[in-house]
Ligand binder design. Structure first.
Ligand SMILES: C[S@@+](CC[C@H](N)C(=O)[O-])C[C@H]1O[C@@H](n2cnc3c(N)ncnc32)[C@H](O)[C@@H]1O
Length: 488
């Protein structure tokens, strides 16, 4: 039986059907037999990358309608792939004639609507500002994937323009200019999203210059986190074979070096900014009750909550989704706000838990019953308000956490995530004003203290309960109380 679709916030891949994605590469060696010449790709330019690099990375790191930003557009391979895969794109290229050529390849109805091609120098702040203006026109604040395929310094000279990276007078200048482009790209990319760097090494006077690794280092300096180094074979033009091939073989043998047969596809991620989302969560002024039960349709329409990091973006995405799915804006907006607030406060508390030396993370973000391991035992994290329907008072619960835990297990929502596996409960209660208990989810200092006090000497207990269907469960559980007392 197929489960509910499981999608990461940055891709349309449904992880519940992961076996069906044979065409998506997950290994770090890409032997690509030949250039894909279908779907509008032509071999009319020396120095482009094979379309498969765009196909693979767009499918893994973008959703439909996402915006790809390519700051070295060249002959527009990524623009054509964006059209084919129904993504949007902003491309920047220094050479005006190439810009015109690419514009000629893009279907007229998409040009300047979904595909934008700018002539400019990607090292400059002024070019980044022009990209920002286009993003605004596209109703977005950031791009969703960054593609960088710079010249490999002076291996191929692309133009006579002194601003062209292939005309940088020396390696240091080339790297500084590359870093300027990477920095622009970093600022224009949405936090949490990915960047693809396609780059190769070179030889200068018999010495290997590891350009790929130097560029990687510059990416890291501007703040990107490295996720993967893929080695991709270079597929040469068949015409290059024969006599010249033999000559190169001879030179390699004679000179003690190896012929490049590979280049790199490096994947980076712009980190999220944890502190920013805390500020945004603190800006939420009111929280209405759920108002309706969680439904699959509303859940599917509000999937954007996972990646959205600001209230402004949340508002904009909510409006767009309500319009697209024909949902009532007010009610859907309240639902989205609570889902977003609960999800991100849960993630922050999970980060607090994972900062403790006794814990480690579960690698699968969709693991049905484990968020983290405490002393090697897997637990699901559950944050709950102290339930009004619980038959005893708070004092009793503090003295008998097992009783409260049993009650919470038995009375958990019957929808979706009902389970009897190990759980760590965080129980919140504002004694002075119970209606404001929702605010304790963002009382980060209080939570931090409660969580770490508990984890320093965790009090876990075995539990036994029978669910509504008569099944017996025997989880290990614990309760962390986070209480705002009357005198606080
Ligand atoms: C390796 S090619 C990119 C090829 C592209 N991925 C494709 O598939 O066609 C590098 C491109 O960067 C451009 N370029 C060089 N310096 C630049 C700069 N400062 N700003 C923008 N583009 C630049 C060159 O004109 C060249 O077309």
């Amino acid at each position: 039986m197929k489960g509910k679709p499981k999608r990461l916030p940055y891709s349309d891949i449904d992880l519940s059907r992961w076996r069906e994605y044979d065409h998506i590469r997950v290994e770090s060696l890409w032997l690509i037999p030949s250039r894909d010449r279908t779907g509008g790709h032509r071999l009319d330019y020396h120095g482009g990358f094979v379309p498969q690099i765009a196909t693979q990375t767009f499918l893994r790191y973008t959703r439909q309608d996402d915006i790809v930003l390519d700051l070295f557009l060249g002959s527009g391979t990524s623009a054509i792939e964006a059209v084919r895969l129904n993504r949007r794109l902003i491309g920047v290229e220094l050479q005006a004639d190439l810009v015109e050529k690419v514009r000629g390849k893009v279907p007229a109805n998409l040009l300047d609507e979904r595909i934008f091609v700018l002539q400019g120098d990607s090292t400059r702040g002024e070019t980044a500002d022009r990209v920002r203006t286009v993003l605004e026109r596209m109703d977005a604040s950031h791009a969703h994937l960054l593609v960088l395929h710079p010249p490999y310094h002076d291996i191929i000279r692309f133009s006579d323009d002194p601003a062209d990276l292939s005309n940088a007078p020396d390696l240091g200048t080339f790297l500084d200019r590359f870093e300027a482009v990477a920095r622009n790209g970093f600022d224009l990319l949405e936090p949490g999203r990915f960047a693809v760097l396609v780059v190769g090494d070179k030889y200068t006077r018999g010495e290997l210059i590891p350009l790929g690794f130097y560029c990687m280092d510059r990416m890291q300096r501007v703040g990107f986190r490295l996720k993967a180094i893929v080695v991709k074979n270079i597929t040469r033009n068949e015409r290059g074979k024969g006599r010249t091939e033999n000559l190169w073989r001879y030179r390699a043998l004679a000179g003690g070096y190896y012929l490049f047969k590979h280049e790199y596809v490096m994947i980076f991620q712009r980190p999220q900014r944890p502190s920013d989302i805390r500020q945004e969560l603190l800006r939420v002024q009111a929280m209405l009750p759920w108002g309706r039960v969680q439904s699959d349709a509303w859940d599917a329409a509000s999937r954007f909550i996972y990646s959205v990091r600001t209230l402004d973006d949340l508002r904009r995405e909510t409006k767009r989704a309500a319009r697209e799915a024909g949902l009532p804006l007010r009610a859907f907006g309240q639902y989205v706000l609570r889902r977003w607030y609960n999800y991100h406060t849960h993630q922050i508390v999970l980060e607090m838990i994972l900062a403790h030396p006794r814990t480690r993370a579960e690698a699968d973000p969709f693991h049905p019953t484990v968020d983290f391991y405490l002393d090697g035992i897997g637990f699901d994290l559950k944050m709950s308000e102290f339930p009004r329907a619980y038959p005893h008072d708070l004092r009793y619960a503090l003295d008998h956490p097992e009783d409260l835990a049993r009650w919470l297990y038995i009375h958990q929502s019957q929808q979706g995530r009902f389970h009897g596996a190990n759980r760590l409960f965080i129980v919140l209660h504002d004694a002075a004003d119970p209606d404001r208990t929702w605010e304790l989810r963002r009382d980060f200092e209080r939570l931090q203290q409660a969580v770490h006090t508990f984890l320093d000497s965790p009090r876990l207990f075995p539990m036994e309960f029978t669910d509504g269907t008569g099944r017996r469960h025997t989880p290990t559980t614990g309760v962390i109380f986070c209480i705002r007392a009357l005198e606080d």
